[in-house]
Design a protein. Structure first.
Length: 94
């Protein structure tokens, strides 16, 4: 694994988990819309509820990504970690 790939792995994991969490978040928002839609008296109220749900569907993955985004990594510590991981991989093969 080269250094560039090693640097990107935490960000790829954060993006993947954000998309995975959006599956249940979007389903929950859709369920809430389906349950609350009949409580709206006018079409304008249904429209506002729909727009609110669409905004929530936009905000949920972004908020999840912000929570899962990795902290900044010190390049010196990264190279040390990569060297020790490579040494561990080599010793595991012996």
């Amino acid at each position: 694994m080269n250094a560039l790939t090693a640097e990107l792995v935490p960000y790829i994991h954060a993006l993947g988990w954000s998309l995975l969490h959006f599956l249940w978040q979007g389903a929950l928002i859709g369920l809430a819309y389906a349950l609350l839609r009949n409580a709206c008296a006018t079409s304008a109220a249904r429209h506002r509820l729909g727009m609110l749900c669409l905004f929530a569907m936009l905000a949920c993955p972004l908020a999840t990504l912000a929570l899962l985004w990795p902290a900044s990594v010190d390049p010196a510590n990264l190279s040390t970690a990569l060297a020790s991981a490579s040494a561990a991989d080599v010793s595991a093969l012996d």
